[in-house]
Ligand binder design. Structure first.
Ligand SMILES: C[S@@+](CC[C@H](N)C(=O)[O-])C[C@H]1O[C@@H](n2cnc3c(N)ncnc32)[C@H](O)[C@@H]1O
Length: 310
């Protein structure tokens, strides 16, 4: 998906301009965010790339260096931004983020309150989900994190959809001006139960709250606090398992006995008999699927609850 053009809230920006942020993609695990600046060059381990060659090209273009090396210039979507942003805190990753957006039923036009902002990983996805007519108000008590997040939202063109402010949400709650205005509230705080009563006051009737906590003890205390004003209280843990799928030659000799989960797929072949369930036979080979070594384990628990109707 292309970035939203901040100058024209309802349209997408197609071409790369001087001053834009692009994600320079070498491989799925080698990417970096670069601000395009006429006159500057990018040097990677293969080559030197002139920024001036990038200006006017559509996002997604493959650009060449003088020596024939290439990189892709991708739009700074929330999905890619989450992978390249500088980690000032623990962050939410795409599996939790997508679950949060779906279960909070966030659509364009929604008003969402969030705390803490942290590195802004979730905030960027929230902002894109509410655009072009909704808004995210996000709060963190850490001054420097707020300043850095504000700068990042500007760099990726989301400033019109996010307001970030300094506030101790556990101590003071959300500002009174948001009372009864929020479609959803998201909390990623060390003691979320302290902010839950205020979050309840901010929600519209039928509004939904989500709290992310790494420890089950935090979940237990939050659920206790939620019982008073919330219903449909549910906790989930999202575990993501990535598979590598590739074509290879079948080997029925079983030379892969003992191969551990996480080793390279070329070290392990599916036995012929199981090709039907995990793999499809192809001419002279088969399609093999196995879990990648980099499978991410526990990140945290997501507790959702809906405000009780009066
Ligand atoms: C784990 S980070 C949030 C990460 C964020 N969800 C992301 O995806 O990038 C938690 C944040 O909560 C903030 N925080 C902790 N206590 C707070 C409080 N009482 N009021 C506001 N923010 C607070 C911290 O400063 C920190 O930035």
């Amino acid at each position: 998906m292309l970035p939203i053009d901040p100058a024209k809230k309802n349209s997408f920006q197609n071409t790369i301009c001087d001053g834009d942020l692009v994600i320079v993609y070498e491989r799925h695990d080698v990417m970096k965010a670069v601000k395009v600046c006429d006159g500057l060059e990018l040097q990677n381990r293969f080559d030197v790339f002139k920024h001036s060659d990038w200006i006017g090209k559509p996002f997604g273009s493959r650009v060449l260096s003088n020596k024939g090396g290439f990189v892709y210039l991708l739009a700074p979507t929330p999905e890619l931004w989450t992978l390249v942003l500088s980690h000032r805190t623990q962050i939410l990753y795409i599996a939790d983020i997508s679950f949060v957006i779906s279960y909070l039923e966030i659509i364009p036009g929604c008003v969402v309150l969030e705390s803490g902002t942290g590195s802004g990983s979730l905030t960027t996805s929230l902002a894109r989900a509410v655009a072009p007519t909704g808004h995210v108000y996000t709060f963190d008590f850490h001054e420097q994190r707020v300043a850095s997040a504000r700068e990042d939202f500007g760099r990726i063109g989301l400033s019109s959809f996010v307001t970030v402010d300094i506030r101790d949400i556990q101590g003071e709650g959300f500002p009174d001006e948001f009372c009864g205005t929020a479609d959803s509230v998201f909390l990623d705080l060390p003691q979320p139960w302290l902010a839950i009563p205020s979050a309840g006051n901010m929600l519209k009737q039928d509004g939904i709250l989500c709290s992310f906590s790494p420890c089950i003890e935090q979940v237990q205390r939050s659920c206790e606090s939620l019982k008073t004003h919330f219903t449909d209280i549910r906790t989930f843990e999202v575990l993501l398992r990535t598979y590598e799928v590739r074509e290879g030659r079948m080997n029925c000799g079983g030379d892969n006995e003992g191969a551990s989960v996480g080793s390279r797929p070329s070290k392990r072949r599916l036995p012929c008999s199981s090709a039907g369930s995990n793999g499809k036979e192809t001419k002279g080979g088969s399609v093999m699927a196995r879990p990648c070594g980099e499978t991410r384990g526990h990140t945290g628990y997501l507790t959702f609850a809906r405000l009780k109707c009066l």
